[in-house]
Design a protein around this ligand. Structure first.
Ligand SMILES: Nc1nc2c(c(=O)[nH]1)N[C@H]1C(S)=C(S)[C@@H](COP(=O)(O)O)O[C@H]1N2
Ligand SMILES: [Mo]
Length: 511
């Protein structure tokens, strides 16, 4: 069709008038070394960001535009309907990715995938920040920022010329055509910042800190846009690489890998070396991650743990209105199965005692009646599961600050450990550790009500934790006891909680 079009005199005139690129003078020259290195770092990091990102998506393979995540309201999914005849948890919903594609592949490996994703994100963002600074301090921005509205007809003209297989003038060393400008501008100045913003807005501490913005660009909208940005990147990479190959491979590779405008083989050789490096890293990423999972967790914590620490300082203040409460709320986790717990359920928790001990001046037990006699606090907040789903619910219960007043932690106490009646998925008691500062927050409560009704067994009866700047797995359900401690190294595998021990999650997890 494009070839036929080019037979038309009007189109010929159009192409003569708009040859595909403008002729505004430029003040940069070629592709300097910093730009070539940054291009390589960018592509190298993006591969791991994309692979780990797909793994994260596979842990809740559904995307929604609404904030409730009700099954059936997805606009995109790669999972079947939620079964109606049994409890189907978010963990049941996770799907498997092959190890060559996801990092680290297998099923429900989101803990490790997140360390890869976030660590590479940080490096990629730094690389991008340097790139912005360099672009604008060297005139290289003139290459990719359209400077006249003629970029649109020029882009159309270039598109017709490419499609007709009689390519427009290839002048990449000197300037880009309109289509290239639009593609690079979109990628560098729209898609990349959007990826960062929509990534951060999925975090409880950030979403809950940003008021109306966090409620509008809610987690599911952010996830959906994050996914569309991924689709753009994949589309861009495919077209970009194809064009590099078909519009003059040797000179193109010389531009970006050797820094000259010749037709010699040196760019191809450097490119081949770079790709060998990429291939080796690609092949090693999954086995290294699976064989040295704890080291991956530690490295991730070292690289980005500090950033999570910073996010923990922010006051998670977002509250929702009654009309925003989610009708459906995904259940998650491993249900308690002990005789002790079943007996408590049978007696409607009449004999339930919350034990509190450890480094406190007043160790004591609270009966369910005593707890319910204390002033009740209600809050409508959003729950953020690490797997990707979220839901808004009204919680009613006792602020932990109130309990802290009663038991009086000793100065040495730095953490509160929550022990569940339930075991974790791989056996052994489910527990999680929280910093004392977080426990003093006014929205941190021991909830015994959900949406105005007594908390159900599925959602954590008799008591479950709400701590609004952390992800869902730290909201321990079916709480049996709380212990105040100075350190948590001696508990479980010493990582600060059941999922931290078994699934390599981070101990501080506000993002
Ligand atoms: N005891 C216990 N508490 C738990 C879990 C668990 O497996 N065991 N799962 C956690 C996870 S991963 C999430 S997302 C929330 C889910 O709470 P919900 O079932 O009320 O949605 O509970 C958290 N609390
Ligand atoms: Mo979760």
């Amino acid at each position: 069709m494009a070839q036929e079009l080019r037979q038309l005199p009007a189109v010929q005139h159009f192409i003569a008038r708009y040859p595909g690129q403008d002729s505004i003078p430029v003040q940069y020259f070629g592709f300097p070394a910093w730009l070539r290195w940054q291009h390589f770092f960018n592509l190298f990091l993006l591969l791991f960001i994309i692979r780990a990102g797909l793994q994260i998506l596979a842990d809740h393979p559904r995307l929604y535009w609404n904030p409730h995540c009700t099954p059936g309201t997805e606009w995109f999914r790669f999972q079947h309907d939620v079964p109606q005849d049994r409890v189907w948890t978010a963990k049941d919903d996770s799907v498997t990715l092959p190890g060559w594609l996801g990092i680290p592949g297998i099923r429900h490996s989101i803990g490790l995938a997140r360390w890869w994703h976030f660590s590479c994100d940080l490096l990629w963002t730094l690389n991008g920040a340097v790139f912005y600074v360099m672009l604008f301090s060297t005139h290289q921005w003139e290459r990719i920022v359209p400077r006249t509205s003629a970029v649109l007809p020029n882009a159309l003209s270039a598109a017709i010329q490419y499609l007709s297989l009689r390519f427009p003038l290839e002048q990449g060393w000197i300037r880009y055509n309109g289509l290239q400008q639009l593609a690079y501008f979109t990628t560098v100045f729209i898609a990349a910042p959007l990826a960062i913003i929509t990534g951060l807005m999925q975090a409880p501490a950030i979403s809950n800190k940003t008021g109306w913005f966090g409620r509008t660009l809610h987690r599911q909208a952010a996830r959906s846009i994050h996914f569309i940005v991924l689709a753009w990147f994949l589309f861009f990479i495919f077209i970009h690489v194809t064009m590099v190959f078909v519009t003059g491979l040797l000179p193109n590779l010389n531009h970006m890998f050797a820094g000259n405008d010749s037709a010699g083989p040196e760019g191809l050789l450097i490119f081949a070396g770079a790709m060998a490096l990429v291939a080796i890293a690609w092949v090693l990423a999954t086995p290294i991650t699976l064989n040295h999972a704890r080291a991956v967790q530690k490295t991730g914590e070292f690289l980005i743990g500090w950033l999570k620490g910073v996010a923990e300082w922010w006051d998670p203040s977002n509250q929702y209105s009654e009309s925003e409460i989610s009708e459906y709320f995904w259940p998650n986790g491993t249900m308690p199965a002990s005789d002790e717990y079943n007996a408590l359920v049978a007696s409607q928790f009449a004999d339930y005692k919350l034990r509190i001990d450890g480094l406190v001046a007043n160790p004591r037990e609270f009966s369910f009646t005593e707890l319910k006699a204390m002033a009740k606090q209600e809050q409508i907040t959003c729950h953020f599961c690490i797997q990707g789903w979220s839901g808004v619910a009204k919680w009613g219960g006792v602020p932990i600050a109130r309990i802290i007043e009663e038991v009086k932690p000793l100065p040495a106490a730095r953490y509160a450990v929550f022990y569940s009646f339930a075991e974790g998925g791989e056996g052994g008691r489910y527990y999680d550790v929280h910093k004392l500062e977080n426990m003093r927050h006014r929205l941190t409560v021991l909830a015994y009500e959900m949406n105005g009704r007594p908390l159900s067994v599925l959602h954590g009866a008799p008591l479950r934790l709400r701590c609004e700047n952390e992800l869902g797995f730290k909201q321990v359900k079916w709480i049996a006891a709380i212990e105040f401690v100075a350190d948590f190294k001696h508990l479980g595998n010493g990582q600060g909680g059941y999922n931290e021990d078994h699934e390599f999650y981070g101990y501080r997890i506000p993002i």
